[in-house]
Design a protein around this ligand. Structure first.
Ligand SMILES: [Zn+2]
Length: 79
């Protein structure tokens, strides 16, 4: 893992939460009374674009800021 530093508090270089992104594709069907959520296989739906978000996000263990890992790595390389 690369060196990281919190882009917000700028003091934390050691305590982080790694938040794994586990995307779940859902389809919503809207009835008059309510909305139903159904988990689907997005690869079988030609109109469903693949997930393109980050593999994981990072939370600072001191101030609680959540950002993509690039922000933490960039801040570490500035100092
Ligand atoms: Zn912080």
């Amino acid at each position: 893992m690369e060196k990281m530093c919190c882009p917000n508090c700028k003091t934390n270089k050691s305590r982080f939460y790694i938040i794994d992104q586990v995307p779940r594709a859902v389809k919503l069907s809207n009835d008059i009374e309510s909305t139903h959520e159904m988990t689907v296989d997005s690869e079988k739906d030609p109109f469903f674009a693949p997930y393109s978000g980050p593999e994981y996000r990072v939370q600072c263990g001191l101030c609680g800021t959540i950002e993509n890992p690039e922000q933490f790595i960039k801040t570490a390389n500035l100092n």
